[in-house]
Every structure is written in C-alpha cells, then in structure tokens.
Design a protein around this ligand. Sequence first.
Ligand code: 6LW
Length: 513
Amino acid sequence: MKYQNPIMNGCYPDPSICRVGEDYYLVNSTFEFFPAIPVSHSKDLIHWETIGHCITRNSQLKLYEGSMNNTGIYAPTIRYHEGVFYMVVTNMADNREGSGNFYVWTKDPSGEWSDPVFLHTPGIDPSFFFDDDGKSYYLGTDTPGIYLSEIDLEKGELVGDRITLWKGTGGAYPEGPHIYKKDGWYYLLISEGGTERGHMLTMARSRKVEGPYEECPNNPVMTNRSMRCPIESVGHADLVQDTRGNWWAICLGTRLFGYPPKHNLGRETMLVPVDWSGEWPVFGEGGKVLEEFETDLLPLSAAESDKSMNDYSDDFTSAKLDLGWNYIYNPEWSLYECKQGSLVLRGNEKCLKDAKKIAWIGRRQKHHVSETTVTLEFPCVQDGEEAGLTIFLNNRHHYEAALTCIEKKRKLIFRRQIGSLEKVEFEMDYETDRITLKMESDQDFYRFFYQRPDGNWEKIGEGEVQYLTTEVGGHFTGNYIGLYSCGNGKKCETAAEFTNFTYQGKRSGEFLK
Ligand code: 6LW
C-alpha cells in the first residue's frame, strides 16, 4: 500500500517511539503549551490517536510566561522497560526553578504519569537505553558531544562517570541521541545540522556501550537537504522494530511553500521505512524521506486514509476538553468552564500579545488548506473586553476576528499582529451578542468571515500566511487555531461562550504548489 507523510500533521516535532507487543506509542515536544507531551497510540504506524499526555498537572511542570515558543518542553524520549513506561525530557527555563532534564513514569500511558524526577544533567534531548545485561543508561548532549552515563532509576540519579561517546561528523548541534543494540553492536543515532534545512541523521557504532564508536561510512544516513523535496529539514529520528521484524524510523520534517521556502504548520511527524538487513540501516529511499512511500512491510495492512479523518468538530458537550485542545502556559483553571454544550472563557486583564496566561485554547492547524467555524456568544459591555477566533503562531504573530467593546459599543473587529506591527484593519458596529466566525486558509492567505443574518458569509479581512511562518515569526512551533477571551487591561466583565467548533482540512499533498 501507499502511505503519505506526514503521519501526524501539524506541530508534532521531535518524535520518539516505543513498541509494546502490537501497540506503538509516540510522544512529541510541546514547548509552552499545556497539557504537555501528547502520547499517541497506533497499531499500524500510520493512524495515530492521542490517548493522553505525560504532563497533565500544573504541579508536574513549570512553564514560564514571557517568552515565545522557544522555552518549555523540548524533545522527549519514550521507552518501555519491565512493565513501566518512561518519558525523559527537558524543560527549557533558563535554570529557573523546574528547569532541566527530568523523567516521569507510568504503567498506563493513557492515564496519569508520575511527578517529575529531576536528573541535574547538562544539555537537552535526553534519552534512556536499557541494555540486556540489566543496566540502564542516560544519554544527553553537551559540549563536546553526546554523552552517556549509567542511571539508577530506583534512586532517580546518575551513577558513575559521564562518558563522551561521539561528537558527530562535524555538523552543527549534535543532538537527539538514541542507542539501539543489534547483532552485538551498539548503534548510536543522532541528528546534526540544526533543525532547519541542513538537518540530517548520522550514526556510529561500537562493540561496547561506552565506546569507542566508529562512524558509519555512509553518513549522513538520512537527509533531504539541498534537494527541493516536498518534505524538508528531516531529522530528529527514533527507530522501532515492528512485530514482523521490520525497522521503521519516525522523524520530524517540514512542508515548505513559496520562495524563499517557509512553513507555517510546524515540524510534523514522518514515518520512514528502514532496511536494516545489512550492517548499517538504509533510511527511506537511499537516505531520502518521501512524501509518499509504497510498502508492503507495515505491521498491519492499514486502511488507506480517507478524507473524513481530517474533519473535526466539537460541540463541547463532554465534561472534559478533547485531548486535541491545548492551553498556553500553565492554565489558570478559573478562566475555563466546560458547560453542557459550550466552552466558557473568562478573560483576565491580559492581552493576546502579552505572552501571559490568558483564557485561550488552541488546536494545531494541520493542513494548509482548511476551514474553521465557531459560534461565539459574548455580551461584551466593558471597554476593551474581547473574545474571538485567532490564528496564532505566538503572542507577536497572530490574526484574529473578535467581538470587543469600544466606547461602550459592541464591535466586530479584524486585527493583525506581525512582530511589533499591530493593526485593527476592520471595525464595525455589531448589534447582537452572538456571532458565527469562519477562517479559511490556503498557502497564501488566512481569510476571516462572519455569518450575516441571511446565512451568507461576509469577509472582514485577510492576512498573508507568510508572516505567520516559523521563518518570520520564529522558533519551534507551528500555527494553532485559537479561541480566546481577554480584557486588555481589566478583567472581563462578561464571559465568552463558544459553541459548535468545526475544522475541515484537505489532505496533505493535494494542494501543494
Ligand atoms: C530539539 C532538538 C531539535 O531539542 O529541536 O530538531 C529542538 N531538533 O533536538 C527543539 O525542538
């Protein structure tokens, strides 16, 4: 059968995978978003369902306000060992309280995970390796390269020396290390070149876990650099052997458009067939990651994915928010209420541009071509209070349609913020306190509409996609479709009630230029 990359669309970077029997589990980075580190499950490696998160309690993770999508959760690794799942990760928080490398564990990956165990180790991208002699190891990054240390997971601390294993082949940022044991060799897989377009995978191996490691003669073993591929920047991979004995890599990659190429959906998760019949693995097609792979090696014959899997709707009838929604920073629960059939947001005094905890929930934009609608009820009687629908890269790069109150009058506005430039580009008096908003996207524009009483859509503004891309707005995440309320200086007097959220996305590949 044919399958298409990405297998997980939207901002799902730094994937890590493990298998338990016929079940595969995958985790991703989440930066400033909460709950953190979605755990996704699959039986066929193609269809993934988020079953929970490793971090669901504010007490497990301190996310610091004030910085844009380059702090918080970086690059988790998931491993299963003797009945226990471990997830080890970095909280990037500039050495403030709660920063650094820690792990959590559970016996039920869809349930609650433990409190964090901090390891006081330098660098990012931690990983665990469980050897067949019963020893457990921690892998990390530091200058001058990838290091290894034995770890005592009972005590939650490293034991013995830190040994530098490999500096890589000379590319920038040797990172994302994982060790696999095969045929008496320890294989060390890392990424180099940085997560942008020079990204690549390199390997080395040794007869002993502590080295010395010899470089693979075919490095880089995987890269799409300098090739103008539909998927670029591939790297940060993890390997898994399936129930049939075949090897697979999952990695991150980006779907670029325009010139110079840019991306707005974040770094997405790709699946790559790996031929490890020889001494060294061969990734994808001669080291290249394709948008579409034809293979009969998948663990189950997965049904070809159909369009319906890209549609999502939420009537907010369940007591808990769907797992696809995220808060920004550690949520203040008093700002949120899941009612029967609506989501209530109570805006605090902050602004959308503040990089602060605000009443905000967002879902990953997963397709370039998409359509989102939502109905909002918001009396909005106090000057400044605002609620609406936003397309949000970070607090300094977003476009939104909102109801707000200006000089005691309810208004419908369309605003764009691009860096420090901020402009309300449309404003009109709005009589009632109920509105249905729509956002359409393609690779060129985000277009915003409201529904007139006669049912027709009236366009109120549009903004270029290119200004809401990682290349322009920065850092490590992709765009989120957000529902929010904020008071802009004063706590909101009225609550914003959202109902009938719908999202439709068009399959990857179909609309790429
Ligand atoms: C992550 C690093 C990387 O820690 O980007 O692509 C960093 N790889 O390994 C943030 O996602």
